[in-house]
Design a binder for this molecule. Structure first.
Ligand SMILES: [Fe+2]
Length: 516
């Protein structure tokens, strides 16, 4: 006998849940509030954006406390913050295949304005989020103001900086990755300064390997109220770096010489969990062969934002990875950071875009920094950065020349600002780079990191360094690009105030930085 469950006749039919692909309407099936992971919006276009939530009344449970059946969720998008003037609404399915996440690609909205959104199931309502459509393509706009953030190790510190970011009301957020860290809970770690690190909270579970592991880690991070505030405040352009999968992975290679066909399985599960928890479009859904998540957003004629993937298509790190003495591999003419297709896509965009400014929004540092902090005889570079890929880096720099290009980077857990010069940093300045610190990774940091003076002396293209946690707030006009390095002095104590460490200005038409 086949039992058919209509939407109204769900309750009491739990025995049939497993066998019947019914769509459940979910009034009373939750044992707790289903929107505990908050809401998010992302990937705006001139006529819409993605709105996201994930139903998880019991977030750390294997399936978030959800029955293994699709659940219908209502959504609404309004022109006003009280959600009275509804511009669009509908229903979406939260499917067990995607951990009951919901990604609605809202369309048909007006360009260049804010909207507010919410999800509902029966009487349960999510918190309200604020999103924003992009301006019309080519529109003349005089300003865009946005934040850059990433690297949020949960154990290392509170996400207080995210709360301040939300309060700044940016138009959007670029997240450069390390949204989660894949490690198990750390009993003890020694910091850069040689002292034991303080952990303010602990990861649940072991190191992440399978889909359930990654889902649980996202759920743990997403319960953080400061992170939820930052998502609710503005649409994000989410990208990933290494720790969404495993430290310093590239392509199908991890750091433990796992057979590539096995690492491919772990990578696929990690990227599925990333997709499930990020407000990204269906085009970023990973498949058996990886993910296509590089994309462009255009802010009228003022700014083109090129969001890159510097992990999936990269050739293996030279010189055995890590901070190493430069070896021949750094000059390998076959090496690649973006892979052929992404590189061609980016260079075409740069050649044909025509925007006043180009932001290259990506993960690892482009400046080929000499990392020597002592009397080491030979140059040391970070082999996991563009600094270890001389040929692709010079190719990129040639394309950035004359494009008012600003590279936005993370990964380093420090602030760096400098000029991007050709010929391994010794030639002509063709662009600038802002490396944003971290939300919490690395712990409190210091006013000056050990060896910072040596790094500055050996790298004259580097104009500023800082070792506190925070984010970057960028304000772009036709005349200037201004980046304020916003920092908190402590992430190991709650509620630290926000401060500006320094502000760097790039005048249009010049690849130079004025730091004040
Ligand atoms: Fe990181």
């Amino acid at each position: 006998m086949t039992i058919r469950i209509t939407r109204r006749a769900v309750l009491g039919a739990s025995a049939a849940f497993a066998a019947t692909p019914a769509v459940l309407r979910a009034q009373q099936i939750f044992k707790d509030y289903p929107f505990r992971l908050g809401v998010a919006s992302g990937d705006p276009s001139p006529d819409g954006f993605v709105i996201w939530t994930r139903l998880a009344p019991d977030p750390l449970d294997q399936h978030g406390g959800m029955p293994m059946a699709p659940i219908e969720v209502e959504w609404e998008v309004a022109r006003d913050e009280n959600l009275r003037d509804i511009a669009a609404s509908g229903t979406a399915l939260a499917r067990p295949e995607l951990a009951h996440s919901v990604h609605v690609e809202v369309a048909g909205l007006e360009p260049g304005r804010p909207y507010w959104y919410r999800f509902n199931i029966g009487r349960e309502r999510s918190t309200r989020g604020k999103a924003r459509t992009l301006p019309r393509v080519g529109a003349s706009i005089d300003r865009v103001r946005f934040a850059v953030a990433g690297c949020q190790h949960y154990e290392d510190g509170y996400f207080t900086a995210f709360r301040h970011l939300a309060e700044e009301d940016p138009e959007f957020v670029f997240h450069y990755g390390d949204y989660i860290y894949e490690y198990r809970s750390s009993p003890l770690r020694i910091g850069w300064d040689g002292r034991p690190r303080t952990f303010v909270r602990a990861h649940e579970g072991q190191a992440l390997y399978d889909l359930g592991d990654y889902r649980q880690r996202y759920a743990q991070y997403k319960m953080d109220p400061d992170l939820q505030m930052a998502h609710a405040a503005a649409p994000w352009f989410a990208s990933f770096d290494d720790h969404e999968v495993e430290n310093n992975w590239v392509g199908l290679q991890d750091q433990q010489d796992t057979p590539p066909e096995l690492f491919a399985l772990r990578r696929a599960m990690a990227l599925q969990a990333w997709y499930e928890h990020m407000p990204v479009r269906r085009s970023s859904l990973p498949g058996q062969n990886g993910i296509a998540d590089y994309r462009r957003a255009r802010f009228g004629g003022l700014l083109d934002l090129h969001v890159l993937d510097t992990r999936s298509f990269r050739s293996d790190q030279p010189c055995d990875d890590g901070f190493k003495t430069v070896c021949d591999g750094v000059r390998d003419p076959q090496a690649s950071v973006l892979g052929e297709a992404q590189e061609r896509w980016l260079f075409d965009n740069l050649q044909n875009g025509g925007a006043r400014w180009n932001a290259i929004a990506q993960q690892v540092m482009v400046m080929p920094l000499d990392r020597r902090t002592g009397d080491e005889p030979e140059e040391i570079r970070n082999m996991d950065s563009w600094g270890a890929y001389d040929v692709p880096r010079e190719r990129l720099l040639q394309q950035l020349r004359g494009k008012n290009a600003v590279v936005l980077t993370g990964d380093e857990h420090q602030t760096f600002a400098g000029e991007l010069r050709t010929d391994a940093g010794e030639g002509e300045a063709v662009a600038v780079e802002f490396v944003t610190s971290s939300i919490s990774s690395g712990g409190d940091g210091a006013d000056v990191r050990n060896g910072a003076d040596r790094i500055a002396a050996r790298n004259p293209f580097l104009k500023f360094t800082g070792d506190r946690r925070g984010y970057t707030l960028c304000e772009v006009t036709p005349e200037n690009w201004q980046s304020a390095f916003r920092i908190v002095r402590s992430v190991t104590t709650p509620d630290a105030p926000i401060d500006t460490l320094a502000t760097a200005t790039v005048p249009a038409g010049e690849s130079a930085l004025i730091v004040g």
